[in-house]
Design a protein around this ligand. Sequence first.
Ligand code: FAD
Length: 457
Amino acid sequence: MLGGGAAGATAAKLLAEWGHSVRLITRPAADSRLAVSLPPSCRKLFETIGVNEVVDEAGFVRASGNTVWWGESEPRVELFADSERGWQVGISRLDELLLSAAATAGATIECRVVTEADLVLAQGRFLIDATGRSGLVARARGVRVYNEAPRTVALVASWTRPGGWPVPDDTHTLIESYESGWAWSVPTAPGTRHIAVMVDPQRSGLVRKAPAREVYLAEIAKTVAFRSLVTTADCSEGPWGWDASGYRASQYAGDNWLVAGDAGSFIDPLSSAGVKKALASGWLAAIAVDTSLADASMRVPALAFFSQREHEMERRYARLSQSFLAEAAPTHPHAFWRDRSDLPDAPTAADVIAVREAYERLRSSPALRLTLGDARLEPRPGIRGRKIVLEPMIIHGDESIRYVAGIDVVALRDLGPRFVQVPELFEAYCRLQGAVALPDFLLALATSVARRWFVSQ
Ligand SMILES: Cc1cc2nc3c(=O)[nH]c(=O)nc-3n(C[C@H](O)[C@H](O)[C@H](O)COP(=O)(O)OP(=O)(O)OC[C@H]3O[C@@H](n4cnc5c(N)ncnc54)[C@H](O)[C@@H]3O)c2cc1C
């Protein structure tokens, strides 16, 4: 295993816990000063990885949401659903906790820079590249693909304001779009915040060797809300710079290698999902390796599944970030926004309309009369517990689908024709598969009808 960030430490912990011999090489903690926001949905991953308690005990600031000035001058306060809380974490502290959990589980951790010799020595064993942007294996294998959009650099400084910050909620991540970039702030301790500006290095003058502090302060001066916040604060440290340009991989796994987390792809920090993606990627890499080692016949499908899932995850977050950027772009007629908000066509629009119509039909019709449609079932890889197994899936175009909104549509397909009323079908599904939310169930049913896996008469 190369790299001991969220992805590498997660994979190392799980594989060691599952009885594998794990050696992880990572640079000594670089004292990364990056502070990042994690959404409440990371809870499930912390539970799955078995680090819930250590994360809770670490004393990170718990955020109740975001305050944003996004394409408009009035703040929008966005609270997390169901009063849940996210985390504001120093990335080096989080990595330290995860690495220590990996060591406790039995992984051998070596703190040093990876060398060419390490790559040679790893031949014949599984090699997980989790070296983040360095992407040692990703580059060596020639699978890294840089995004077409111009580069983005984050300049981040630490600010203190004794007595706290005049914002609706000081646990919040603050985000403001402005003329030629966007600014973002994460609380790190009472009275202290990291404030970042995301800029185009070419257009902001950074590449022409303008002093980073000058560029940073000039960018802050272009904001409205952030500028007003810092007038009464001290810039105590920084700015530090991070490359935040996006990239992906043309392939995320090969015969005995996998690229996980940021080593595989880097998504726009605007999504606040980089760590969540890295945790999920480390978890899935561990499952793919465990499956391949337990059953040689599953090696090819398991690695192909990992690669496909990583690709889908990158695409999903890329679309999400682009839609955020497109939301603010009309307010800021600057090339920074134009270059980054070009949305691809929405090929699923017709599908979405068909699902909505089927949903309305199902809600208004007194009886279901479902017969099996033209869905083709084929065995495809899916996750069961900690293994990748071949299981029947519905083949729809080039997608293979087992779940829609968390509902097992293959199980639903078996049950559908046996019931006349939606409540009865819902009850039978919950009895067999466990309780699910009715709106999710209706969405899966409507999707099944819209895509003609069922025919409704
Ligand atoms: C400006 C900015 C803001 C961000 N904001 C957020 C946010 O708000 N929320 C969020 O979830 N994510 C955010 N992210 C993204 C998030 O930080 C990353 O996605 C996440 O940390 C990736 O984890 P990883 O384990 O894949 O890689 P990394 O954390 O990069 O870990 C890679 C590891 O490999 C080691 N390594 C690299 N090269 C070598 C080598 N040659 N030899 C030995 N070891 C090596 C490194 O030291 C490190 O330990 C942000 C990123 C940036 C740049």
